[in-house]
Design a binder for this molecule. Structure first.
Ligand code: AKB
Length: 318
């Protein structure tokens, strides 16, 4: 029987993915873990344990004791935060992945999921419809660690047969939790300001196009990839994945259709150069061909859905 361990379950992606995994496998089969004990209240339908993924012995004990068969390893320092503490970001992002891959080899686990990112691309990458295979020269420590991680995933698959699967997520936009230190996170914060009837100051310039994805699509893509038969998963570094590409001006205009009084101003900071090094749009034809991926949201549909649901998760403060 499948036993699923989620590492970094209290993060923006982790929270929603853990709930989806609980729906798929049943609460008894899923163990949510995070560094923060306070997160336990968010996992009423499955077990929660405090875990530091850097502690390989504690991770190994948990995997053995619970007879874990699959690990979703989501803990990471993201792009903007990573630039403030580069060595810590490298250490956390790399050592934690190696801990998980080593245990997957040692205990012959069935499957591993590890997210990569559009941050693996860099200034020399083609910006429009960025291909799966092209020049990658990331210039953030986050991007460098994701690119190295993709190499390690391929290595463990080829040398040891570890069935590790990965997606290069665009910026993820959800309404159930707050984002955590990414360059694309302006596209989450902007909705919080809109429902609070406050003006939004954007840290990117109005014309900065970035690939983004609404959370329900990211969850579906992740489960589709993980549920695909082993032989259909032909790329073992990480799959390109596309949702919607838009600029701060376009998301602002989309929100303004629903909240006519909404205002924005632009004050680009250090995150602008990170965004400028990333693609505008992504070619995900390999994901479509290999395991049937197809995105289903457009910008206005996502905006309507978020504005409808966000106030019940984060009631606007007076
Ligand atoms: C970030 O902005 O750092 C992340 C990402 C694109 O991986 N959302």
């Amino acid at each position: 029987m499948d036993k699923i361990l989620v590492i970094g379950a209290a993060g923006q992606l982790g929270l929603e993915l853990t709930h989806a995994l609980t729906d798929q496998f049943g609460g008894d089969q899923v163990i949510a873990t995070d560094l923060k004990a306070i997160a336990s209240s968010q996992f009423a339908n499955c077990r929660f344990e405090v875990l530091d993924v850097m502690d390989k012995d504690a991770l190994g004990t948990l995997v053995k004791r619970e007879q874990v068969t699959q690990i979703y390893h989501l803990a990471a320092v993201l792009s903007a935060t990573g630039e403030k503490t580069p060595l810590f970001a490298w250490q956390l992002n790399m050592d934690s992945l190696l801990n998980v891959l080593e245990l997957a080899k040692e205990y012959a686990l069935d499957k591993i999921y590890w997210p990569s990112s559009i941050a693996v691309f860099g200034p020399g990458t083609p910006k429009i419809n960025t291909p799966q295979f092209c020049e990658k020269n990331p210039n953030t420590v986050y991007g460098i660690s994701k690119l190295a991680g993709e190499g390690w995933c391929t290595y463990y698959f080829e040398k040891y047969g570890v069935d590790v699967r990965s997606l290069r997520y665009p910026g993820l936009i959800g309404y159930k939790s707050l984002p955590g230190g990414g360059t694309t996170d302006y596209a989450v914060d902007i909705y919080h300001k809109a429902i609070a009837n406050q003006p939004f100051t954007c840290f990117l310039s109005e014309g900065t196009y970035l690939p983004m994805m609404y959370m329900p699509e990211a969850i579906k893509a992740t489960l589709d990839l993980m549920n695909a038969p082993r032989e259909t998963v032909k790329i073992r570094s990480s799959y390109n994945l596309a949702g919607i590409s838009f600029s701060p001006k376009e998301i602002f205009e989309s929100i303004k259709k629903q909240v006519p009084s909404f205002e924005i101003k632009y004050q680009p900071d250090f995150r602008q150069s990170i965004a400028d090094s990333w693609p505008h749009s992504i070619d995900d034809s390999h994901a479509r061909a290999d395991w049937g991926w197809k995105p289903f949201y457009e910008l206005d549909g996502m905006t309507q859905d978020i504005l409808k649901h966000l106030p019940s998760f984060f009631p606007p403060q007076p």
